[in-house]
Design a protein around this ligand. Structure first.
Ligand code: SF4
Ligand code: FES
Length: 249
C-alpha cells in the first residue's frame, strides 16, 4: 500500500505545532499501525531527520500508553482495540491518514504525538488506598460471597487501562468515564466499600482541579473506549458522589 500520512509534529509544549506530510510506500496490511510508524521512523533516522515521538509500551492492549488520534478517532477505526492493536488492513491503498495526539487541555503535548497524562495519575492517587488488610491474616478471596452480577460489573470496570481515549473522544474533554471506572471497580466490591464515599469525593474533586470538562452524555467515550467501558458506570459515579455528598459527616 501507498499512503499519505499527515502527522502532527510539535517540538515541545511551547511550540505551536503543525501537520507534516509523509508519503509512505510498501506498507503491508499485516503491519500494526505502530510498526508502520517504526518503519517511517527508521527512514527518517536514516535521512538524518528527527523521528516522530509517540507513546507505546506493551503493544498488546494492556498498558494504555499508545494514544493516537487517527483520522479523528482515538485509537483509529475499529472498536474495542487500542492503537497498538490496529492493523494496516483497516486502510486501503492511496488513503490519507491524519495522526494527531490526544487533544485535551488536561493532557498537554510533550512532543509530537506524546501527551502528559499525569492528571490521571493524580486522580488515581487522590482515590487513595483501600484499608483492607493484605498482609498476614488474609481472608481467602473466594470466602467472601459477592453477587455474580456485582463481580462481573466490577471486573468490567477494572479493565480500564487509563489510556485517555475517553477524554480525547469527548467534546467537553471529560474524564468521567475513566473516573467512573476507577470508582466502580472498588465500590461494587466489599473490599472497596469502607472508603467509597471519601474516594468518590476526592477523585471527582481532583478531576475538576485538573481542568477536565463536564459530562453531557454524548456517549462518545463509550464508543471509543478500547475496553468498551459502559457509561452506566458514569451513572454509578454520579450516585456514589451524590450519596457521599448528602451523607458527609
Ligand atoms: S475508560 Fe476506556 S478510554 Fe477511558 S481511560 Fe479507561 S480504557 Fe481508556
Ligand atoms: S502499547 Fe500498551 S496498550 Fe498499546
Amino acid at each position: 500500500m501507498k499512503l499519505t500520512l499527515k502527522i502532527w509534529r510539535q517540538n515541545g509544549p511551547n511550540d505551536k505545532g503543525r501537520i507534516v506530510d509523509y508519503p509512505v510506500n510498501d506498507v503491508s496490511e499485516d503491519m500494526s499501525f505502530l510498526e508502520m510508524l517504526d518503519v517511517l521512523n527508521d527512514d527518517l533516522v536514516r535521512k538524518g531527520e528527527e523521528p516522530i515521538a509517540f507513546d507505546h509500551d506493551c503493544r498488546e492492549g494492556i498498558c494504555g500508553m499508545c494514544s493516537l488520534f487517527i483520522n479523528g478517532e482515538p485509537h483509529g477505526p475499529g472498536r474495542g482495540i487500542t492503537t497498538c492493536q490496529l492493523h494496516m488492513r483497516k486502510f486501503k491503498d492511496g488513503d490519507t491518514i491524519y495522526v494527531e495526539p490526544w487533544r485535551s487541555a488536561a493532557f498537554p503535548v510533550i512532543k509530537d504525538l506524546v501527551v502528559h497524562r499525569g492528571a490521571f495519575d493524580r486522580i488515581q492517587a487522590a482515590g487513595g488506598f483501600v484499608s483492607v488488610n493484605t498482609s498476614g491474616n488474609l481472608v481467602d478471596g473466594n470466602a467472601v460471597p459477592i453477587p455474580k452480577d456485582d463481580a462481573d460489573k466490577a471486573f468490567d470496570a477494572a479493565t480500564c487501562i487509563g489510556c485517555g481515549a475517553c477524554v480525547a473522544a469527548c467534546p467537553n474533554g471529560s474524564a468521567m468515564l475513566f473516573v467512573a471506572a476507577k470508582v466502580s471497580q472498588l465500590s461494587l466490591l466489599p473490599q472497596g466499600k469502607p472508603e467509597r464515599k471519601r474516594r468518590a469525593l476526592a477523585m471527582v474533586e481532583q478531576m475538576d482541579k485538573e481542568g477536565f470538562g463536564n459530562c453531557s452524555n454524548t456517549g462518545a467515550c463509550e464508543v471509543e473506549c478500547p475496553k468498551q467501558i459502559s457509561i452506566a458506570n458514569i451513572a454509578r459515579l454520579n450516585r456514589e458522589y451524590l450519596v457521599a455528598t448528602v451523607t458527609k459527616e
